[in-house]
Design a protein around this ligand. Structure first.
Ligand code: FAD
Length: 471
């Protein structure tokens, strides 16, 4: 019998017998991967190439029973646990060094029911999986802008997408969630069952257990929507960003919008103004006409387009494996000085893969009552996301510095709080950033919920709410 040294939760390490691992493997429908196993290196990879961690053991779960077995194993052996859904979180919380990684990425089933207009998705499903199975019925719910992002992580943090202004955040469309708690119990959370937990799952990140399936309310969407983008040279970016701000302020809720300072494939820096109209394409064409006529763009891609294709619009621009570093803030207003500042910072970007996004909120997001979910930023009009992306490790400092300087330069315009799904690591974000993300009053309630569902902080590789925090 041999023993494996593994990272522990509250000590440096712990020894785990090989017989215990064999017994766990015997219980699973899925598999256990150790560092020498085929597939181990692929399984430990996540989207952000800056994160290169080596778990001592990966449990690839085939279903909720496997998740419960892995949680019990991790708790009984006092192991450091990381949970992987889609693996897109920029902070890298889906993977740990030396501990146990509970990997849900084989649990990608999605079942849509056109009769009830509901869909159920496994804890490792991606938005690409979800849209494929719901769009065959012409249905959808608010989901991520990139098809590889996990339904789990995105929804547990809130979930902003093209449909947010029509239907609220992804978490606002949850009907129920099946969860494996820290005690290894399988519970259901909904408005009627464990409503406190249900509230906590709508923005409280992965703190309260492992979600093994999500049930969503669906809405008629597409299958074609009027959508696309217009591009402008950087010299016209400030003026057109302000024009778009005013246009979106008057736009119907059916229009989802985003402004991006990005580089084209040939390296030219441009402003992209993107719109997705979630209703009749002919109406969308009329609504978007003023944008397309405001000024001659470098490119105009607006057309009736399958919603599924729109949901992959950014895929090529955010490939997995690059090195990434992000910072983000909510903005209440976007005055001329803010537009001038952000364009000036874009000019200094050290990498063509870096970008700055302004996501337009409002609409249904702002009308859903604040108390209904943990997500607390419904009054903010814009979400600013500064994305550093580059290939060469020698460029790490230059890129991180550009992201930080851009974020600092935009500080005078930010409002309170930050979107939990765009937060980096705790050590990088510092201070009270996490409490700010969860919002005043809500953080205290979340601490109490953490004490109830995870008193020993078994699930800590996340935007962590500590059970012993004073709130
Ligand atoms: C390319 C890209 C595009 C994005 N686009 C959007 C967007 O359009 N809108 C938006 O709102 N956000 C977006 N995000 C942010 C995204 O919502 C977060 O990064 C989110 O955490 C990703 O979820 P995941 O399951 O892919 O990530 P993971 O890294 O697997 O998980 C994220 C966190 O959730 C926990 N977790 C994962 N699965 C589970 C589970 N089943 N149960 C409990 N905890 C779990 C993990 O432990 C980790 O702490 C994007 C991110 C990227 C990288």
């Amino acid at each position: 019998m041999s023993a494996f040294e593994m990272a522990a939760r509250d000590a440096a390490s712990v020894k785990v017998d090989s017989t215990a691992i064999e017994a766990l493997e015997g219980d699973l429908r899925g598999s256990v991967l150790l560092p020498a196993s085929a597939g181990y290196d692929q399984a430990r990879l996540i989207w952000n190439g800056m994160i290169d961690r080596h778990p001592a053991m990966i449990v690839r779960c085939a279903g909720a029973a496997d998740v419960a077995a892995a949680v019990n194993f991790g708790r009984e052996h006092d192991l450091l646990i990381a949970v992987k859904g889609g693996g897109h979180n920029v902070a890298g919380n889906a993977v740990c060094d030396g501990g146990l990684m509970i990997d849900l990425s084989d649990m990608r089933y999605v079942r849509a029911d056109p009769g009830t207009r509901r869909a159920r998705a496994g804890g490792g499903a991606t938005w690409g999986d979800f849209d494929a199975e719901t769009q065959i019925f012409g249905l959808a719910t608010t989901g991520g802008l990139i098809s590889g992002t996990g339904v789990a992580g995105l929804t547990l943090g809130g979930g902003i997408g093209w449909l947010s202004r029509s239907h609220g955040l992804a978490c606002d469309n949850l009907v129920s969630v099946d969860v494996v708690t820290a005690a290894g119990d399988r519970v259901r959370a909904s408005e009627d069952e464990n409503p406190d937990l249900f509230w906590g799952l709508k923005g409280g990140s992965g703190n309260f257990g492992i979600a093994t399936s999500f049930e969503f309310q669906l809405h008629p969407v597409g299958p074609s929507v009027f959508a696309g983008m217009t591009l402008y040279p950087l010299d016209e970016a400030q003026e057109m960003l302000l024009w778009f701000r005013d246009f979106m302020a008057q736009a119907p809720d059916a229009l989802g919008g985003l402004a991006g300072l990005v580089a084209t494939p040939d390296g030219a820096q441009v402003l992209a103004l993107i719109g997705v109209y979630n209703d009749e394409p002919s109406q969308g064409e009329a609504v978007l006409k003023p944008l397309r006529q405001a000024r001659q763009p470098l490119l105009d891609t607006f057309a009736a387009t399958p919603y599924r294709r729109i949901q992959t619009l950014f895929d090529a621009g955010s490939p997995p494996g690059l090195r990434y570093y992000w910072k983000s803030s909510f903005l209440d207003s976007l005055p001329a000085e803010a537009a001038e500042t952000v364009v000036a910072q874009a000019r200094k970007s050290p990498s063509p893969s870096s970008k700055v996004f302004v996501e337009f909120l409002g609409g249904a997001v702002s009308r859903i009552p604040r108390e209904s979910a943990v997500f607390d930023h419904r009054g903010s009009s814009y979400n600013l996301l500064i994305i550093g992306g580059w290939e060469n490790p020698a460029q790490d400092e230059a890129n991180r510095t550009w992201v930080r300087e851009t974020w600092q330069a935009m500080k005078p315009f930010e409002s309170e709080g930050v979107y939990v799904n765009y937060l980096g690591t705790e050590s990088d974000e510092g201070g009270n950033r996490l409490a700010e993300a969860y919002g005043p009053g809500k953080y205290e309630r979340l601490v109490a919920l953490k004490r109830k569902y995870d008193p020993t902080n078994l699930f800590r590789m996340n935007q962590n709410i500590r059970p012993d925090a004073s709130g």
